[in-house]
Design a protein. Structure first.
Lengths: 65, 595
């Protein structure tokens, strides 16, 4: 099929990862993280998702060329 | 529940992508094969993830979390015994016939192997079943959105249920209508990764909170943290099933009956680009499937390990932390079930509150996820509902168009006509699902009864396929009578037995109770064992008395008459057998660790 699934997959993880990362960055030290055991989970998980999205996106691009 | 802008933004991005994929794929939908079989062009790993995702509907995420909270890690048997062996079997032994025969659906394989009447029972029962399953998924999703108050303040409370149904229906309709099976498969892959991304941090934070697996073991009774303890007798484990019923009933009859014959999952493998890929699809799928208990069952266990709401009552938490929970009712943060009409807590016959275990995973999300990642967690939950629904709808439109419409209504139309019919069937399937969802709201017992009937239609099915694929002597008359007798045997068995704690009626014993089972699960497993055995015996007997088909017609459909697949050119890790052995090795380790 003409569309490589890794492209939309990479894109959604990059976008969601970026949203969470930025939100986490601007809410550092906020009281909302008490329920997550003091972890800034938005910042941490946002970066994990950014990384995964990047791997998918790049591998889709590479495959194409 | 209060959601902030960022949570909504995350959910919005997800919905934009789901529909965007449909639009992006629209231009590739030229023939009916593109629409129903994704042009048989999808890589194995993509089909593999769609294979498990299609099954990962509401029932799985909510139900397995609930079972985890109620019964413990023993629920993992539904994966380690109840799925993996069957998934390996279908990949290793059955896929060459499904894919190699060029059948476009499972009922069509039955017509090629047996005859028209055997196909007809399978096609009709399957079509009805998928519509109801998709309706149940839709109903469960709307109910959850209502219970969580997700749309509270956005739409009037009285409308929330209807708005949820219509919205979910429109979205699923949109992407399948546009991009057919390819769109469904691509979205299932997306949903798979979102479910993992949403639940993995939940398990991580949850485990940190309760002190890891070790902490759970200290807080919960031993039967909940060991998957094999007390399995020799039904009264000594929380499922109320003994090992024979578990392994034969769940592990063999029910699981092989589902994973090896259900077109909902087989369709994903049929979309693969080659026969080799098709064989790898279920085996690749079994790898993440093995670890799913940690994603969907563990949150349930964590939910009952937390002694109380940490956010609302910190003082009691501290004093309760060290003491193991009451053996009989470990309920942690599981909320009490409330009556939807008067809002009062539901009490059982002894006056104790009833806990709503179905909310185990949703309350875990609310308890541990701050705003931001909460949006991701809710997206994961919604994604699981959507993939369950979409899987059923794509299977329905294919079986309807190829096995019912093309076979019995309009035989020789152009391919463009069937492509059009597929789109019409998608709309029809969604409308019927909505009707089923509303039927579930008004007649709860009817849904129970229907699910019971489906389980009886499905229970004997695997014998028909097993004999068809591996015994060339099996005849169409044999298969047909065997299938009907198997279902009849299931009905009779259900009428003659009942679970010890249930009254005579819908739970069994409606003919005359001659045997009591320790639990409804045990009864269910044994019903399946009886149905399968009766089907097997009757099919063999009738086949021996009827005329077999000439061997030349069965090439590619039966094991002994089909050339064995050649694997020499594949690298070792691409070979289905090597992959399967690896999966079995890991499976054994997991069972030993959690025994």
């Amino acid at each position: 099929m003409g569309l490589d699934i890794r492209l939309p997959l990479g894109m959604i993880f990059l976008i969601l990862g970026a949203i969470m990362f930025l939100y986490g960055f601007f809410t550092r030290g906020s009281a909302i993280y008490a329920q997550a055991g003091g972890l800034n989970i938005n910042l941490i998980w946002g970066s994990v998702m950014l990384l995964f999205g990047l791997v998918m996106f790049v591998s889709a691009r590479r495959h194409k060329h | 529940m209060h959601l902030s802008l960022v949570d909504w933004l995350i959910m919005l991005v997800y919905f934009v992508f789901v529909l965007g994929i449909g639009f992006a794929l629209k231009r590739y939908m030229r023939t009916s094969t593109d629409f129903f079989l994704a042009g048989r062009s999808i890589p194995a790993w993509v089909c593999g993830l769609a294979f498990i995702s299609a099954n990962l509907g509401a029932q799985e995420v909510i139900g397995m979390g609930a079972s985890g909270a109620k019964y413990g890690i023993i629920t993992s048997h539904f994966y380690w015994i109840g799925a993996i062996p069957a998934m390996l079997f279908v990949g290793l032994f059955m896929m060459p016939f499904y894919y190699g025969s060029k059948a476009r659906s499972v009922p069509e394989y039955l017509r090629m192997r047996y005859d028209e009447k055997t196909r007809a029972i399978n096609a009709f029962s399957f079509a009805i079943m998928t519509v109801f399953s998709s309706g149940i998924s839709m109903y469960a999703m709307a109910l959850l959105i209502q219970t969580l108050g997700l749309l509270h303040g956005i739409v009037p409370d009285a409308w929330v249920f209807h708005v949820s149904i219509v919205l979910s229906a429109l979205i699923v309709l949109g992407y399948i209508f546009l991009g057919g099976l390819t769109s469904a498969i691509y979205n299932e892959v997306l949903q798979f990764f979102l479910i993992v991304a949403g639940f993995l941090p939940l398990v991580w934070i949850g485990l940190r909170n309760v002190g890891g697996w070790h902490g759970i073991q200290q807080r919960l009774p031993a039967t909940m943290t060991h998957s094999w303890r007390g399995m020799t007798h039904a009264s000594t484990n929380s499922l109320g099933v003994e090992v024979v019923g578990l392994v034969m009933g769940l592990g063999f009859v029910l699981s092989f009956g589902y994973w090896c014959t259900d077109f909902l999952v087989i369709q994903r493998a049929m979309a693969a680009e080659s026969e080799e890929s098709a064989r790898r699809v279920p085996i690749i799928a079994s790898i993440p499937k093995m670890f799913f208990p940690f994603l969907v069952i563990l949150p349930g266990l964590i939910a009952v390990s937390i002694t109380s709401h940490t956010t609302t009552a910190p003082t009691t938490t501290a004093s309760h932390r060290a003491i193991p929970l009451d053996d009989a009712h470990p309920h942690g943060i599981i909320p009490v079930k409330t009556d939807p009409i008067n809002g009062q807590p539901v009490l059982d016959t002894n006056g104790n509150p009833v806990y709503n275990y179905d909310l185990a995973i949703p309350v875990m999300l609310l308890n541990f996820f701050p705003t931001g990642i909460l949006g991701l967690g809710l997206t994961a939950l919604l994604a699981s509902f959507m993939s369950g629904m979409a899987g059923n709808v794509t299977a329905f439109n294919t079986v309807w168009t190829y096995d019912i419409y093309q076979s019995y209504i309009k035989k020789d139309a152009s391919d463009a006509h069937y492509l059009w019919m597929g789109r019409v069937a998608t709309v029809g399937g969604i409308l019927l699902s909505i009707a089923a969802a509303y039927a579930a709201t008004s007649f709860n017992n009817i849904m129970d009864a229907l699910q019971l009937i489906f389980s009886m239609v499905n229970a004997p099915l695997f014998a028909t396929f097993l004999l068809g694929m591996f015994w060339k002597r099996t005849t169409g008359h044999g298969a047909f009578t065997g299938l009907l007798s198997g279902t009849a045997a299931a009905l009779v068995h259900h009428g003659l037995t009942r679970p010890a704690d249930a009254a005579v009626g819908i739970h069994g014993g409606w003919i005359h109770t001659i045997h009591l089972y320790p639990s409804d699960m045990a009864q269910n497993f044994w019903t399946a064992i009886f149905a399968f055995s009766v089907n097997l015996i009757i099919t063999v007997i009738v086949s021996l008395f009827t005329k077999p088909r000439p061997e030349a017609e069965l090439v590619g459909l039966v094991y002994s008459l089909t050339p064995k697949p050649i694997e020499k050119h594949l690298v070792w890790y691409q070979r289905p057998l090597t992959l399967s052995l690896g999966v079995i090795a890991v499976l054994l380790v997991l069972n030993f660790v959690f025994a």
